[in-house]
Design a protein around this ligand. Structure first.
Ligand code: FAD
Length: 364
């Protein structure tokens, strides 16, 4: 009898786990609550601003699922019983919970319902309908998603204002190199309001904490995400054992899985690696082999958008670090090597890739 596995959630973690298990001969049922093929979520920004077609962002074509024997089922799973390894009452030999995240829209005062999220293909398609060239778009949130969306919206001919409550963009990870990113945004016509929060949302726009009223045609909120809650604890995360297991034959992977004390971030590569590990451990457990513990990877922060790019890797903030600005890189670029006791431990590259590969090799 084939090893019969259910995967709940067909995002990056779920798809990775599904193919890894199918390759090892498991019978895989992959449950998706979205009506489309699983897709590469970061590309939603390009879809929202008309720079990619929805069908062009699928992770794999439908035939790949058919060839691998993966049964991709559309419709939300209502109930998971980890103890019984049951999904909506059907019992499996193994389960992987990979339910991902959903957009977080803060509890703004006023017309909060006007603040649109961008987390699903449905969100992207709705935005696409609303975002004609010449319209005014206000974007709340200067993280990776917000900055890329601002640049793509400007590329699509919208009049863009980016609002960030914190004193710096991208969570402050660029330090003194942030000027290069701000310069690129402003060169593309993006108006920046950094260090001032939103006081309220009105029918015509938003009012900032300093009293400024900004009118918009479209209001997009990219203020972070919250894990989706199948079997999640109070803060929404799924607390697993170090090997991502929750119960015999039951594993979690992707954004909500929290096997270590480190606060996880939403990252595609992290979700994929977790999907692979959950699949591998599920098979190891079945075959009586030891399972492997999850090691939180040190992934770079990357942003590539029309008119700007950012790459931040390693240790770039903290005590005892010295910064070395490198010359060159081209107009509007910044390159900083962060050192501890003279040895490079972190890199910040903005608007250039010059000599990046070489410096990566030198990173301690
Ligand atoms: C616009 C945007 C841009 C981003 N840009 C980047 C980037 O540049 N780089 C980067 O690393 N990361 C980026 N991210 C974050 C990245 O997309 C996530 O970290 C990644 O998708 C997590 O993968 P996952 O498999 O855990 O979850 P998801 O990709 O969220 O997939 C989970 C799936 O499970 C489904 N699901 C949930 N509950 C159920 C249920 N009960 N039944 C059935 N299905 C269910 C969800 O609908 C979803 O389809 C971006 C995210 C967004 C939205």
């Amino acid at each position: 009898m084939k090893f019969d596995v259910a995967i709940v959630g067909a995002g990056h973690a779920g798809v990775e786990a599904a193919f890894a298990l199918a390759r090892q001969g498991a019978r895989v049922t992959l449950f998706s609550d979205e009506p489309c093929l699983p897709y590469f979520r970061p590309r939603l920004i390009a879809v929202a601003f008309g720079q990619a077609a929805p069908e062009a962002i699928a992770i794999k074509p439908r035939k790949a699922y058919e060839d691998a024997g993966i049964d991709l089922r559309h419709g939300a799973v209502g109930h998971v019983d980890a103890g019984a390894r049951a999904v909506d009452g059907r019992v499996f030999d193994g389960l992987v919970l990979a339910t991902g995240s959903r957009a977080f829209v803060p509890p703004f005062q006023g017309e909060r319902g006007r603040a649109r999220p961008l987390w699903t293909l449905a969100d992207a398609e709705a935005l696409r309908g609303a975002c004609a060239p010449g319209r005014a778009l206000t974007l709340i949130g200067g993280g990776v998603l917000g900055v890329e969306a601002a640049l793509r919206a400007a590329e699509a001919g919208l009049r863009v204002t980016l609002v960030e409550a914190a004193p710096a963009l991208l969570g402050g990870c660029l330090g003194g190199d942030e000027a290069a990113l701000r310069g690129a945004l402003e060169a593309r016509g993006v108006a920046l309001r950094v260090g001032v929060g939103v006081a309220s949302v009105t029918a015509e726009g938003i009012v900032l904490a300093d009293g400024t009223a900004l009118a918009d045609d479209v209001l997009l909120c990219s203020a972070g995400a919250r894990p989706n809650g199948a079997l999640a604890g109070a803060e929404g995360f799924i607390r697993t054992r170090p090997d991502l297991s929750l119960a015999p034959g039951v594993y979690a992977a992707g954004d909500p899985a929290q096997p270590t004390a480190a606060r996880p971030v939403c990252q595609v590569r992290r979700a994929q690696l977790m999907g692979q590990l959950a699949a591998g451990n599920l098979l190891a457990e079945r075959e009586g082999r030891p399972t492997e513990a999850w090691a939180e990877p040190a992934l770079p922060l990357t942003l590539v958008a029309p008119g700007a790019s950012v790459y931040v890797r390693g240790e770039t903030r903290g005590e005892g670090l010295e910064e070395r600005r490198l010359e060159g890189g081209g107009p509007g670029a910044a390159r900083t090597v962060v050192c501890r006791e003279g040895r490079p431990v972190g890199l910040r590259w903005v608007n250039t890739r010059e000599a990046l590969a070489e410096w990566e090799k030198r990173l301690a």
